[in-house]
Design a protein. Structure first.
Length: 128
């Protein structure tokens, strides 16, 4: 186990990302998605935010690496599947052109990229 100094930029991002995830979950509830999907998204967002905070504090251990090797890819898979679910099943489904959808996905990827990076580093890098 190793502890190093805090990454202030990532801690700031983590706090902002936490607010975004609350907005995303509220949107899922407003879109009347199935309760199991909402619970799943809450679990994924909790794990993603936990990984962000662990990375912010440069926390690394064998056990976190073990679990985050599984969690990090699931976060990315969930991002892709959530985008597809929103595209096909949300209240605005079919009202967005393919170009608008590409732009929306690009912005979403940019917003989530630090989370993807932090969680993959937790799982696959020996020292942070």
């Amino acid at each position: 186990m190793s502890k190093k100094k805090i990454k202030p930029w990532m801690l700031t991002y983590s706090i902002i990302f936490l607010f975004f995830t609350v907005i995303f979950v509220v949107d899922n509830i407003k879109s009347a998605y199935h309760i199991l999907y909402i619970i799943w998204s809450i679990i994924i967002y909790l794990l993603a935010n936990s990984g962000n905070v662990l990375y912010s504090f440069s926390y690394s251990s064998d056990i976190t690496r073990k679990y985050w090797r599984l969690i990090a890819p699931i976060i990315v898979i969930d991002f892709v599947s959530a985008g597809m679910i929103d595209y096909y099943f949300s209240q605005g489904a079919g009202k967005v052109s393919p170009i608008q959808n590409i732009i929306i996905w690009s912005i979403g990827f940019a917003v989530f990229f630090p989370t993807f990076r932090a969680n993959f580093i937790l799982g696959y890098k020996k020292k942070i």
